[in-house]
Design a protein around this ligand. Structure first.
Ligand SMILES: [Zn+2]
Length: 440
């Protein structure tokens, strides 16, 4: 994508990030995410905002707050009081300038409309869905021409005792778009999908001191599969085909999930044709970048880089984390257990993706066993193992299957199984044949 196409995105990010990033740096970041990592625009935006942490303090402070209804907000308020009902609330952890912090975000509404909000320093504040609160000293910004309400360190949230508030229905019912499971991606909002329940299980959890049963599983159609969670018992049964209306999409590390909340409606429908073979969900890197992540995805590509951290590594005997110089970040000094791992970059011609490969598949792909690696390490040092492996697999074509997740650096696949591609075997045979012919 060139600068012309990216100008709206650039300006949108500039508005949010202000002086925390120079124009030049922002262009570099956009180029990296979109042209180098091939991430979706929304992923790039999120990544850049996460990295440079849009300022969440207002540029100036007025003496007294003014009181406004949501429909009156312009997006430039520096200090405003709003009385509104919590429509949707989500407490989550984000990374701002390399620091983990907890925020609360969601949607609040009054008689005049709804808007998204973020509480940047929630502390012990708990917002209950359906309750009415006074949000004091808020500041507003705009994003995609929509007003966003921010409650920063100067802000306060108090329960609005005795206030009841009716939201106009049309304000809170978001249009639910009908879509194929394969095209579900992060940030879609409400969707209606039809698919077959591949698996379903229930789990008892405690949420806000209350015992609840959550139902989760996998649903598939002819284009893909997705994990779902249901917060009430819809009596979903394995093998039945259902139409799920008004579900919403949330993502965890880029893997979209279908959530069936209070407003979800489920109907049993006739079986649909061509349900994908859920054991194989083949995608290109470009397709993966668009959806951000997914489960049990298979892709094929050339190993174009073998990264640091490949070869022989040591793991903490207690938590299995990889350790550096005999020190586990959680358990301090430990005697590491030797293991093998590959961290490679795969390129399939449509883009590149990081892949982390476990010991069994590392041994299979490189032909270097842990025992051989330990022998090599004792003579030439542990670093030699990675170099030896790299020489065996660079530019080889492999097929991997695993779960794809996304972070600031784009998507990566945690490989569950890997093998050399059949086409590679043919290429190898041809190369060998040429060598043989040349020597005759
Ligand atoms: Zn440990």
């Amino acid at each position: 994508m060139d600068r012309n196409e990216l100008t709206p995105t650039f300006e949108e990010l500039k508005r949010v990030l202000g002086d925390s990033i120079t124009d030049e740096q922002l262009w570099i970041e956009l180029d990296k995410y979109l042209n180098e990592y091939h991430t979706a625009i929304e992923t790039a935006k999120r990544g850049i905002i996460r990295k440079y942490g849009g300022s969440d303090t207002p540029t100036f402070v007025t003496g007294n707050s003014i009181v406004k209804k949501i429909s009156e907000l312009t997006g430039s308020e520096a200090s405003v009081d709003i009385t509104a009902k919590a429509v949707f609330v989500d407490r989550k952890d984000i990374t701002v300038k390399g620091q983990m912090k907890t925020i609360i975000s969601g949607i609040i509404g009054d008689e005049t409309g709804t808007a998204s909000f973020t509480v940047w320093e929630p502390g012990s504040v708990e917002l209950a869905k359906g309750s009415v609160y006074n949000f004091r000293n808020c500041y507003c910004k705009t994003w995609n021409d929509k007003v966003q309400i921010n409650i920063g360190s100067r802000g306060r949230i108090e329960p609005a005792e005795g206030v009841s508030m009716d939201l106009p229905d049309r304000q809170i019912s978001v249009v639910s778009q009908e879509c194929k499971i394969g095209s579900i991606k992060d940030g879609m909002g409400n969707v209606t999908v039809t698919g077959k329940i591949v698996s379903v299980e229930s789990r008892d959890i405690v949420a806000r001191g209350e015992q609840k049963t959550v139902f989760s599983g996998i649903i598939a159609d002819d284009t893909g599969k997705v994990q779902f969670s249901a917060w009430s018992d819809f009596s979903l049964k394995e093998g039945e085909t259902v139409c799920i209306k008004n579900a919403y999409i949330r993502s965890w590390k880029g893997i979209p999930q279908l959530n069936m909340g209070d407003r979800c409606e489920i109907s049993r429908v006739d079986e649909i044709a061509g349900i994908i073979d859920t054991s194989c969900n083949r995608k290109t890197v470009e397709e993966i970048s668009k959806i951000g992540g997914g489960l049990d995805i298979t892709l094929e590509g050339f190993i174009v880089d073998v990264r640091q951290g490949s070869g022989m590594i040591r793991r903490c005997p207690q938590c299995n984390r990889s350790i550096l110089n005999g020190v586990c970040t959680a358990h301090g000094e430990v005697t590491g257990v030797a293991d093998l791992r590959l961290k490679v970059i795969l390129d399939d011609g449509t883009g590149s993706i990081g892949a982390i490969i476990n010991r069994a598949d590392t041994e299979k792909l490189t032909g270097v066993t842990l025992q051989a690696a330990e022998g090599l390490a004792s003579i030439k040092g542990e670093g030699a193992v990675g170099r030896e492996m790299a020489s065996k697999i660079m530019m080889k074509k492999i097929e991997v299957t695993g779960n794809v997740m996304s972070d600031d650096y784009g998507p990566s696949i945690i490989v569950k199984s890997a093998k050399k591609s059949d086409t590679d075997v043919i290429a190898e045979a041809e190369a060998l044949l040429k060598e043989v012919e040349a020597s005759i």
